[in-house]
Design a protein around this ligand. Structure first.
Ligand SMILES: Nc1ncnc2c1ncn2[C@@H]1O[C@H](COP(=O)(O)OP(=O)(O)O)[C@@H](O)[C@H]1O
Ligand SMILES: [Mg+2]
Length: 252
């Protein structure tokens, strides 16, 4: 059993954001969450990673049967959790390659040989059609929206997480970049069949590359409907059709 989110409740500035949110994602599964703006999707992903800004009122998060609530974001990352941010942060003064080599060393517990590292990096940058110059620039500093998103996939390819959360990885990508990102994720999943993926998106097009086992519709901090790819296509065509959702589901 990979990740169990158990009755998560979160309040921000006296507003209830997560409302008894529960979901279990097994090893090797791909789940999709779709939901209107402001419904708590990014908050959920930050809470899973342990961002100290977000505090749970109640609930528990189990990763491989162990509660991870007391772990720091770094410790969670070292256990294999990875979040691709909706708005990836830039870090001034730390180059992409320095960051990745340090993160890799921290994860594996030993320093990675420079030769091997450069080889892996070159291959990954090539796969993502990224400009080599990006390696030596400060992380995400002055990167375009698409370059930032590709940089998140570069981190995945190098750090090899076992549980990946993609928060709107497809937003702001042009068709060609979406294909590159989608193809790389697809290949990563094929090469690592035990990897679980949680995709937060507004559009089903990324699902042409990564096939979901379940699609969930999230409204007002909880899942109100679960289906398959058909639900994603239905949402794209008809919106969230809140009329279909009972009052109980959307009232806080
Ligand atoms: N750090 C924060 N401070 C204040 N309000 C926040 C913060 N993070 C999220 N919120 C609020 O929580 C709600 C859910 O936001 P978010 O999780 O980003 O939604 P989504 O990703 O579904 O669009 C919004 O009303 C947002 O303004
Ligand atoms: Mg969001």
């Amino acid at each position: 059993m990979a990740l169990e989110l158990k009755k998560l409740n979160c309040t921000i500035a006296e507003k209830k954001i997560l409302n008894d949110f529960s979901l279990t994602i097994e090893e090797g599964q791909t789940h999709v969450i779709m939901g209107p703006n402001g419904t708590g999707k990014s908050t959920l992903s930050h809470i899973i990673m342990g961002d100290p800004i977000y505090k749970l009122d109640s609930g528990d998060i189990l990763f491989n049967n162990e509660s991870i609530l007391s772990l720091s974001p770094d410790q969670r990352a070292n256990k294999g959790l990875f979040l691709s941010f909706q708005n990836p942060l830039s870090i001034e003064g730390v180059s992409n390659s320095e960051f990745l080599r340090t993160a890799l060393a921290e994860k594996t517990g030993s320093k990675v040989g420079l030769f091997d590292f450069v080889k892996q990096m070159d291959q990954a940058m090539d796969d993502l059609k990224m400009d080599e110059k990006m390696l030596h620039r400060s992380i995400n500093k002055g990167f375009s929206g698409g370059e930032k998103k590709k940089n998140e996939i570069l981190q995945i390819k190098l750090l090899k997480p076992s549980f990946i959360i993609l928060d709107e990885i497809d937003s702001g990508l042009d068709v060609d970049s979406l294909k590159i990102v989608g193809d790389n994720l697809k290949r990563y999943q094929k090469e690592n069949p035990k990897v679980s993926i949680l995709i937060i998106t507004h559009y089903p097009r990324i699902l042409d590359y990564i096939k979901p086992d379940f699609v969930h519709m999230m409204v007002h901090g909880k899942i109100v409907k679960t289906g398959n790819i058909t639900l994603a296509k239905d949402i794209e065509q008809n919106g969230y059709r809140l009329n279909d959702v009972s009052e109980n589901d959307i009232n806080e």
